[in-house]
Design a protein around this ligand. Structure first.
Ligand SMILES: O=C(O)CCC(=O)C(=O)O
Ligand SMILES: [Fe+2]
Length: 357
Protein backbone atom coordinates (compact mmCIF):
# COMPACT_ATOMS: atom_id res chain seq x y z
CA UNK A 1 0.00 0.00 0.00
CA UNK A 2 0.97 3.63 -0.25
CA UNK A 3 3.92 4.58 1.88
CA UNK A 4 3.91 7.92 3.70
CA UNK A 5 6.96 9.94 4.53
CA UNK A 6 8.85 8.39 7.44
CA UNK A 7 11.32 9.80 9.89
CA UNK A 8 13.90 7.01 9.62
CA UNK A 9 14.25 4.66 6.72
CA UNK A 10 16.29 1.74 5.56
CA UNK A 11 17.76 3.32 2.49
CA UNK A 12 19.43 1.08 -0.02
CA UNK A 13 21.36 4.20 -1.04
CA UNK A 14 22.50 4.79 2.55
CA UNK A 15 24.64 1.66 2.57
CA UNK A 16 21.93 -0.76 3.70
CA UNK A 17 21.57 -3.86 1.63
CA UNK A 18 18.62 -4.63 -0.56
CA UNK A 19 16.82 -7.88 0.24
CA UNK A 20 18.13 -9.12 -3.09
CA UNK A 21 21.69 -8.59 -1.79
CA UNK A 22 20.90 -10.12 1.61
CA UNK A 23 19.65 -13.23 -0.16
CA UNK A 24 23.04 -13.63 -1.84
CA UNK A 25 25.18 -12.74 1.15
CA UNK A 26 26.60 -15.26 3.63
CA UNK A 27 26.02 -12.99 6.66
CA UNK A 28 23.50 -14.28 9.17
CA UNK A 29 20.13 -12.64 8.87
CA UNK A 30 19.29 -9.61 11.02
CA UNK A 31 16.71 -10.27 13.74
CA UNK A 32 14.55 -7.58 12.20
CA UNK A 33 13.39 -10.12 9.64
CA UNK A 34 12.71 -12.95 12.09
CA UNK A 35 9.16 -13.44 13.37
CA UNK A 36 8.72 -14.66 16.96
CA UNK A 37 5.95 -17.05 15.89
CA UNK A 38 8.24 -18.67 13.28
CA UNK A 39 9.00 -22.38 13.18
CA UNK A 40 7.56 -25.53 11.65
CA UNK A 41 4.09 -24.85 10.31
CA UNK A 42 4.58 -21.07 10.17
CA UNK A 43 3.94 -20.98 6.43
CA UNK A 44 1.21 -23.56 6.43
CA UNK A 45 -2.01 -22.80 4.57
CA UNK A 46 -4.83 -24.88 3.16
CA UNK A 47 -4.95 -25.48 -0.53
CA UNK A 48 -8.49 -24.49 -1.52
CA UNK A 49 -8.66 -27.20 -4.19
CA UNK A 50 -7.92 -29.88 -1.58
CA UNK A 51 -10.29 -28.52 1.01
CA UNK A 52 -13.17 -28.14 -1.44
CA UNK A 53 -13.50 -24.44 -0.64
CA UNK A 54 -12.78 -22.29 -3.66
CA UNK A 55 -11.63 -18.73 -4.08
CA UNK A 56 -14.19 -17.59 -6.65
CA UNK A 57 -13.29 -16.98 -10.29
CA UNK A 58 -15.37 -14.28 -11.99
CA UNK A 59 -15.65 -14.14 -15.76
CA UNK A 60 -15.74 -10.54 -17.02
CA UNK A 61 -17.50 -11.61 -20.23
CA UNK A 62 -20.33 -13.15 -18.21
CA UNK A 63 -20.43 -10.12 -15.96
CA UNK A 64 -21.00 -7.76 -18.87
CA UNK A 65 -23.31 -9.95 -20.99
CA UNK A 66 -27.06 -9.31 -20.51
CA UNK A 67 -27.91 -13.03 -20.49
CA UNK A 68 -25.45 -14.10 -17.80
CA UNK A 69 -24.76 -11.01 -15.73
CA UNK A 70 -27.27 -11.74 -12.92
CA UNK A 71 -25.69 -15.05 -12.08
CA UNK A 72 -22.15 -13.63 -12.30
CA UNK A 73 -23.14 -10.63 -10.15
CA UNK A 74 -24.35 -13.03 -7.50
CA UNK A 75 -21.05 -14.86 -7.64
CA UNK A 76 -19.23 -11.55 -7.27
CA UNK A 77 -21.40 -10.53 -4.32
CA UNK A 78 -20.80 -13.81 -2.55
CA UNK A 79 -17.04 -13.66 -3.28
CA UNK A 80 -16.77 -10.18 -1.84
CA UNK A 81 -18.83 -10.81 1.25
CA UNK A 82 -17.20 -14.11 2.16
CA UNK A 83 -13.58 -13.88 0.93
CA UNK A 84 -13.04 -10.28 -0.18
CA UNK A 85 -10.86 -11.98 -2.80
CA UNK A 86 -11.57 -13.31 -6.26
CA UNK A 87 -9.79 -13.89 -9.54
CA UNK A 88 -10.95 -12.47 -12.87
CA UNK A 89 -10.63 -14.12 -16.24
CA UNK A 90 -11.55 -12.86 -19.71
CA UNK A 91 -10.47 -9.34 -18.72
CA UNK A 92 -9.26 -8.57 -22.25
CA UNK A 93 -5.49 -8.60 -21.65
CA UNK A 94 -3.59 -11.24 -23.61
CA UNK A 95 -1.10 -13.73 -22.20
CA UNK A 96 1.55 -12.03 -24.27
CA UNK A 97 0.84 -8.64 -22.74
CA UNK A 98 0.72 -9.93 -19.14
CA UNK A 99 4.02 -11.72 -19.77
CA UNK A 100 5.45 -8.39 -20.94
CA UNK A 101 4.39 -6.74 -17.66
CA UNK A 102 6.10 -9.53 -15.70
CA UNK A 103 9.13 -9.36 -17.96
CA UNK A 104 9.85 -5.62 -17.56
CA UNK A 105 9.72 -6.09 -13.81
CA UNK A 106 12.09 -9.06 -13.88
CA UNK A 107 14.47 -7.20 -16.21
CA UNK A 108 14.54 -4.21 -13.86
CA UNK A 109 15.44 -6.29 -10.78
CA UNK A 110 18.15 -8.08 -12.79
CA UNK A 111 19.91 -4.78 -13.59
CA UNK A 112 23.20 -3.93 -11.84
CA UNK A 113 22.80 -2.14 -8.52
CA UNK A 114 24.05 1.22 -9.91
CA UNK A 115 21.37 1.19 -12.57
CA UNK A 116 18.59 0.34 -10.10
CA UNK A 117 19.79 3.07 -7.74
CA UNK A 118 19.11 5.68 -10.42
CA UNK A 119 15.48 5.46 -9.37
CA UNK A 120 16.05 4.87 -5.64
CA UNK A 121 13.44 6.31 -3.31
CA UNK A 122 14.44 9.70 -1.93
CA UNK A 123 14.82 9.77 1.87
CA UNK A 124 11.69 11.90 2.20
CA UNK A 125 9.81 10.43 -0.74
CA UNK A 126 7.47 7.52 -1.23
CA UNK A 127 8.06 6.60 -4.87
CA UNK A 128 10.92 4.71 -6.46
CA UNK A 129 13.06 1.66 -5.74
CA UNK A 130 13.62 0.60 -2.14
CA UNK A 131 12.70 -1.72 0.67
CA UNK A 132 10.86 -1.34 3.96
CA UNK A 133 10.36 2.05 5.55
CA UNK A 134 11.32 1.72 9.22
CA UNK A 135 9.07 3.25 11.85
CA UNK A 136 10.30 1.49 14.96
CA UNK A 137 12.99 -0.86 16.17
CA UNK A 138 10.43 -3.52 17.00
CA UNK A 139 9.13 -3.65 13.46
CA UNK A 140 9.53 -6.93 11.53
CA UNK A 141 10.84 -6.28 8.05
CA UNK A 142 9.36 -7.78 4.91
CA UNK A 143 11.53 -9.97 2.69
CA UNK A 144 10.97 -7.91 -0.44
CA UNK A 145 12.39 -5.14 -2.60
CA UNK A 146 9.99 -2.97 -4.53
CA UNK A 147 9.46 -0.26 -7.07
CA UNK A 148 6.54 1.94 -6.14
CA UNK A 149 5.15 4.53 -8.59
CA UNK A 150 2.16 6.82 -8.86
CA UNK A 151 0.73 6.05 -12.28
CA UNK A 152 -2.51 8.05 -12.18
CA UNK A 153 -3.60 10.85 -12.54
CA UNK A 154 -1.48 11.63 -15.55
CA UNK A 155 -0.33 15.04 -14.27
CA UNK A 156 1.08 13.43 -11.12
CA UNK A 157 3.43 11.00 -12.79
CA UNK A 158 6.97 11.74 -11.74
CA UNK A 159 9.03 10.16 -14.51
CA UNK A 160 12.27 11.14 -12.71
CA UNK A 161 11.79 8.16 -10.39
CA UNK A 162 10.59 5.75 -13.05
CA UNK A 163 13.11 3.15 -14.23
CA UNK A 164 14.74 4.15 -17.52
CA UNK A 165 15.56 0.52 -18.20
CA UNK A 166 14.37 -1.75 -19.66
CA UNK A 167 13.52 0.54 -22.56
CA UNK A 168 9.91 -0.54 -22.82
CA UNK A 169 9.26 -0.27 -19.06
CA UNK A 170 7.40 3.03 -19.38
CA UNK A 171 5.20 2.15 -22.34
CA UNK A 172 4.21 -1.22 -20.85
CA UNK A 173 3.35 0.33 -17.49
CA UNK A 174 1.29 3.07 -19.11
CA UNK A 175 -0.65 0.55 -21.18
CA UNK A 176 -1.19 -1.68 -18.14
CA UNK A 177 -2.43 1.32 -16.14
CA UNK A 178 -4.91 2.21 -18.85
CA UNK A 179 -6.21 -1.36 -19.00
CA UNK A 180 -6.62 -1.60 -15.24
CA UNK A 181 -8.33 1.77 -15.10
CA UNK A 182 -11.00 0.44 -17.40
CA UNK A 183 -11.23 -2.83 -15.51
CA UNK A 184 -11.51 -0.94 -12.21
CA UNK A 185 -14.53 0.88 -13.60
CA UNK A 186 -16.18 -2.37 -14.73
CA UNK A 187 -15.59 -3.97 -11.33
CA UNK A 188 -16.77 -0.98 -9.27
CA UNK A 189 -19.93 -0.77 -11.36
CA UNK A 190 -20.58 -4.49 -10.95
CA UNK A 191 -19.98 -4.28 -7.20
CA UNK A 192 -22.56 -1.50 -6.90
CA UNK A 193 -25.08 -3.42 -9.02
CA UNK A 194 -24.61 -6.53 -6.92
CA UNK A 195 -25.74 -4.47 -3.90
CA UNK A 196 -28.72 -2.99 -5.81
CA UNK A 197 -27.12 0.46 -5.74
CA UNK A 198 -26.87 2.95 -8.59
CA UNK A 199 -24.25 1.58 -10.95
CA UNK A 200 -21.90 4.55 -10.56
CA UNK A 201 -22.29 4.79 -6.79
CA UNK A 202 -18.79 3.58 -5.81
CA UNK A 203 -17.18 5.45 -8.72
CA UNK A 204 -18.73 8.68 -7.44
CA UNK A 205 -17.68 7.91 -3.88
CA UNK A 206 -14.08 7.53 -5.09
CA UNK A 207 -14.24 11.05 -6.54
CA UNK A 208 -12.81 12.67 -9.66
CA UNK A 209 -9.24 12.86 -8.36
CA UNK A 210 -8.81 9.21 -7.55
CA UNK A 211 -5.31 7.80 -8.00
CA UNK A 212 -3.49 4.59 -8.84
CA UNK A 213 -0.18 3.32 -7.52
CA UNK A 214 1.73 0.39 -8.97
CA UNK A 215 4.08 -1.73 -6.90
CA UNK A 216 6.51 -4.21 -8.39
CA UNK A 217 7.33 -6.72 -5.66
CA UNK A 218 10.49 -8.81 -5.84
CA UNK A 219 10.75 -11.62 -3.25
CA UNK A 220 14.17 -13.31 -3.44
CA UNK A 221 14.64 -16.89 -2.18
CA UNK A 222 14.89 -16.77 1.61
CA UNK A 223 17.39 -18.86 3.62
CA UNK A 224 15.00 -19.20 6.60
CA UNK A 225 11.48 -19.29 5.15
CA UNK A 226 9.93 -20.72 8.32
CA UNK A 227 10.79 -17.52 10.19
CA UNK A 228 10.49 -14.75 7.60
CA UNK A 229 7.56 -13.32 5.64
CA UNK A 230 7.55 -11.73 2.19
CA UNK A 231 4.76 -9.47 3.43
CA UNK A 232 3.33 -9.43 6.96
CA UNK A 233 -0.39 -10.01 7.45
CA UNK A 234 -2.19 -6.87 6.31
CA UNK A 235 -5.31 -5.64 4.58
CA UNK A 236 -4.96 -3.04 1.83
CA UNK A 237 -5.92 0.62 2.32
CA UNK A 238 -7.13 0.91 -1.28
CA UNK A 239 -10.64 0.78 -2.71
CA UNK A 240 -9.64 -2.32 -4.61
CA UNK A 241 -6.26 -3.89 -5.44
CA UNK A 242 -5.25 -5.90 -8.50
CA UNK A 243 -2.43 -8.43 -8.20
CA UNK A 244 -0.69 -10.03 -11.14
CA UNK A 245 0.81 -13.13 -9.57
CA UNK A 246 4.03 -14.86 -10.51
CA UNK A 247 3.25 -17.48 -13.14
CA UNK A 248 4.93 -20.34 -11.29
CA UNK A 249 5.70 -19.52 -7.69
CA UNK A 250 2.92 -19.35 -5.09
CA UNK A 251 3.18 -17.28 -1.95
CA UNK A 252 0.04 -15.21 -1.47
CA UNK A 253 -2.29 -16.42 1.29
CA UNK A 254 -5.63 -15.10 2.55
CA UNK A 255 -7.10 -15.40 6.04
CA UNK A 256 -10.68 -16.65 6.24
CA UNK A 257 -12.35 -17.82 9.46
CA UNK A 258 -8.96 -17.81 11.21
CA UNK A 259 -7.47 -20.16 8.65
CA UNK A 260 -4.84 -19.31 6.00
CA UNK A 261 -5.66 -20.35 2.43
CA UNK A 262 -3.31 -20.35 -0.54
CA UNK A 263 -4.36 -18.14 -3.43
CA UNK A 264 -3.85 -20.50 -6.36
CA UNK A 265 -2.07 -19.43 -9.53
CA UNK A 266 -4.29 -19.11 -12.58
CA UNK A 267 -1.72 -17.87 -15.13
CA UNK A 268 -3.80 -15.31 -17.06
CA UNK A 269 -6.10 -14.31 -14.24
CA UNK A 270 -5.78 -11.22 -12.11
CA UNK A 271 -6.34 -11.48 -8.39
CA UNK A 272 -8.59 -8.73 -7.03
CA UNK A 273 -9.14 -7.94 -3.40
CA UNK A 274 -11.33 -5.46 -1.61
CA UNK A 275 -9.43 -2.77 0.28
CA UNK A 276 -10.48 -1.04 3.50
CA UNK A 277 -12.09 1.90 1.72
CA UNK A 278 -14.68 -0.30 -0.04
CA UNK A 279 -15.28 -2.15 3.23
CA UNK A 280 -16.15 1.25 4.74
CA UNK A 281 -18.31 2.38 1.78
CA UNK A 282 -20.18 -0.94 1.76
CA UNK A 283 -20.78 -0.62 5.52
CA UNK A 284 -18.90 -3.86 6.08
CA UNK A 285 -20.88 -6.00 3.62
CA UNK A 286 -17.76 -6.43 1.50
CA UNK A 287 -14.71 -7.58 3.45
CA UNK A 288 -11.20 -6.21 3.15
CA UNK A 289 -9.35 -9.46 3.78
CA UNK A 290 -6.16 -9.93 5.75
CA UNK A 291 -3.52 -11.51 3.54
CA UNK A 292 0.21 -12.23 3.67
CA UNK A 293 3.03 -13.46 1.48
CA UNK A 294 5.22 -16.39 2.55
CA UNK A 295 8.75 -16.99 1.31
CA UNK A 296 10.50 -20.07 0.02
CA UNK A 297 14.12 -21.21 0.02
CA UNK A 298 14.54 -22.05 -3.65
CA UNK A 299 12.77 -19.65 -5.95
CA UNK A 300 12.36 -15.93 -6.41
CA UNK A 301 8.83 -14.62 -6.82
CA UNK A 302 7.74 -11.48 -8.67
CA UNK A 303 4.31 -9.89 -8.51
CA UNK A 304 2.76 -6.62 -9.61
CA UNK A 305 0.17 -4.93 -7.39
CA UNK A 306 -1.98 -1.99 -8.51
CA UNK A 307 -3.74 -0.03 -5.77
CA UNK A 308 -6.77 2.07 -6.69
CA UNK A 309 -7.14 4.91 -4.20
CA UNK A 310 -10.13 7.25 -3.75
CA UNK A 311 -9.60 11.03 -3.86
CA UNK A 312 -7.75 11.91 -0.64
CA UNK A 313 -9.79 15.12 -0.29
CA UNK A 314 -13.07 13.24 -0.28
CA UNK A 315 -14.73 11.95 2.85
CA UNK A 316 -15.13 8.18 2.70
CA UNK A 317 -18.18 6.85 4.54
CA UNK A 318 -20.79 4.07 4.36
CA UNK A 319 -23.25 4.55 1.47
CA UNK A 320 -26.57 5.72 2.96
CA UNK A 321 -28.63 3.00 1.30
CA UNK A 322 -26.57 0.36 3.05
CA UNK A 323 -27.34 1.73 6.49
CA UNK A 324 -30.64 0.74 8.07
CA UNK A 325 -32.15 -0.59 11.29
CA UNK A 326 -30.96 -4.11 10.75
CA UNK A 327 -27.54 -2.90 9.61
CA UNK A 328 -26.54 0.16 11.64
CA UNK A 329 -23.63 2.31 10.55
CA UNK A 330 -20.34 0.56 11.38
CA UNK A 331 -17.69 3.13 10.37
CA UNK A 332 -16.94 6.79 10.98
CA UNK A 333 -16.28 9.01 7.96
CA UNK A 334 -12.55 9.20 7.12
CA UNK A 335 -10.44 11.44 4.91
CA UNK A 336 -7.06 10.64 3.42
CA UNK A 337 -7.19 7.08 4.70
CA UNK A 338 -3.90 6.19 3.04
CA UNK A 339 -2.20 8.95 5.05
CA UNK A 340 -2.63 7.00 8.31
CA UNK A 341 -2.43 3.57 6.76
CA UNK A 342 1.25 2.80 6.68
CA UNK A 343 2.12 3.76 10.20
CA UNK A 344 -0.55 1.37 11.47
CA UNK A 345 0.66 -1.31 9.09
CA UNK A 346 4.24 -1.13 10.23
CA UNK A 347 3.11 -1.45 13.84
CA UNK A 348 1.18 -4.57 12.89
CA UNK A 349 -2.18 -2.89 13.56
CA UNK A 350 -5.23 -2.63 11.29
CA UNK A 351 -6.02 0.99 10.43
CA UNK A 352 -9.67 0.14 9.81
CA UNK A 353 -10.05 -0.43 13.54
CA UNK A 354 -9.53 3.32 13.98
CA UNK A 355 -12.54 3.99 11.83
CA UNK A 356 -14.91 1.41 13.39
CA UNK A 357 -17.72 2.79 15.55
O1 LIG B 1 2.77 -10.16 -3.84
C1 LIG B 1 1.64 -10.58 -3.60
O2 LIG B 1 1.25 -11.70 -3.92
C2 LIG B 1 0.66 -9.72 -2.84
C3 LIG B 1 1.04 -8.28 -2.75
C4 LIG B 1 0.24 -7.51 -1.73
O3 LIG B 1 -0.56 -8.02 -0.99
C5 LIG B 1 0.49 -6.06 -1.62
O4 LIG B 1 1.42 -5.57 -2.31
O5 LIG B 1 -0.23 -5.39 -0.84
FE1 LIG C 1 -1.83 -6.47 -0.02
Amino acid sequence: MAEPVASTEVEITGGCKSVQELALSSESLSNSYIHDQGGVGFRHALDPSESNIHIPVVDILNLTSPSSSQQELQKLHSALSSWGFFQVINHGMTTLFLDKVREVSKQFFELPKEEKLKCAREPDGIEGYGNDVIFSEKQRLDWTDRVYLKVHPQDQRNFNVWPQKPNDFRSIVLQYTENLRQLNEVILRAMAKSLNLEEDCFLKECGDRDSMFIRFNYYPPCPTPDHVLGLKPHADGSSITFVLQDKEVEGLQVLKDNQWFKVPIIPDALVINVGDQIEIMSNGIFQSPVHRVVTNAEKERLTVAMFCIPDSEKEIKPVEKLVNESRPILYRPVKDYVGIYFQYYQQGKRPIEASKI
